[in-house]
Design a protein around this ligand. Structure first.
Ligand code: SG5
Ligand code: ZN
Length: 248
């Protein structure tokens, strides 16, 4: 596996050429992130029947994110801040149960909403509990944050550890990680994509929450001081994939 990054020779434009395992970054037809519909494209009840995305939404079954709590450790690996929290959340979607492995952050966000890029995106990375089987083996839940007046309570608990982290040193958290203060609500965009970092493997089930949460300027600064590089991959072509809207 080759080293990769977000700038220059090691940047996203070159990932596909860094080593054979990363070729899918250039050759894949179902890559992530993508541009998701923004506010302007919101469907009204009137237009919904003629809108293929809305029709699909009606058929899709609801997804369920079960946020428990569990032991966790945190690491700044130079490319992101990641919290390993195996089993701390379960995600049920399309008849399959996915278990949380880790979550991490990108700033600015990777998915865009109608071309608009928010300040921060949280990725909750889940793997199918039953190992192999039909459908994608991994599911990532994306939560967007934009700048606002108030600090986000979940980010407050995670980011308070960030300034004291030594790069590449995994630090156990004294308190179990809990998710009850993430305001998970409403509709999610759902589509089939890839990891947004090398090896950019496809077969990843993406669910990105429509509602955008807020974080304070100070909170964003804490993250950007730890990870100064813009750690996002540019949006990838949709190539005819459909984006469903599901309720969570
Ligand atoms: C994260 O993004 C982590 C990966 C994760 C990818 O930023 O990458 C880094 O931290 C860079 C060193 O997590 C790991 O490497 C932990 C095993 O990859 C995975 O979660 C796949 C196992 C990609 O995740 S994403 O598509 O949600 N952005
Ligand atoms: Zn990510």
């Amino acid at each position: 596996m080759a080293t990769w990054g977000y700038e220059g020779e090691l940047g996203a434009a070159n990932w596909g050429k860094l080593c054979p395992e990363y070729a899918i970054a250039d050759e894949g037809k179902a890559q992530s992130p993508i541009d998701l519909p923004g506010e302007a494209k919101e469907t009204t009840a009137e237009s919904a029947s003629s809108d293929p995305t809305a029709e699909q939404a009606a058929k899709a079954e609801p997804a369920k994110l079960e946020l428990k709590s569990g032991k966790a450790s945190i690491i700044n690996n130079g490319l992101t801040v990641m919290v390993n929290a195996k089993g701390a959340s379960e995600f049920k979607v399309q008849g399959r149960v996915y278990e949380l492995a880790q979550f991490h952050f990108h700033s600015p966000a990777e998915h865009t909403f109608g071309g608009q890029r928010h300040e921060l995106e949280l990725h909750l990375v889940h793997f199918a509990k039953d190992g192999q089987g039909p459908g994608p083996a991994a599911a990532v839940v994306g939560i967007h944050y934009k700048l606002g007046e108030t600090a986000d309570p979940f980010l407050k608990r995670v980011f308070e550890h960030v300034p004291s982290l030594t790069k590449n040193e995994e630090t156990p958290l004294a308190e179990p990680i809990a998710f009850d203060d993430i305001d998970i609500a409403g509709e999610f965009f759902e589509y089939d994509g890839s990891l947004t970092t090398p090896p950019c493997s496809e077969g990843i089930h993406w669910c990105v929450m429509k509602k955008v949460l807020t974080l304070s300027k100070e909170q964003l600064e804490v993250f950007r001081t730890a990870i100064p590089v813009d750690n996002y991959r540019p949006v990838q072509p949709l190539n005819g994939r459909s984006i469903a809207v599901i309720q969570c």
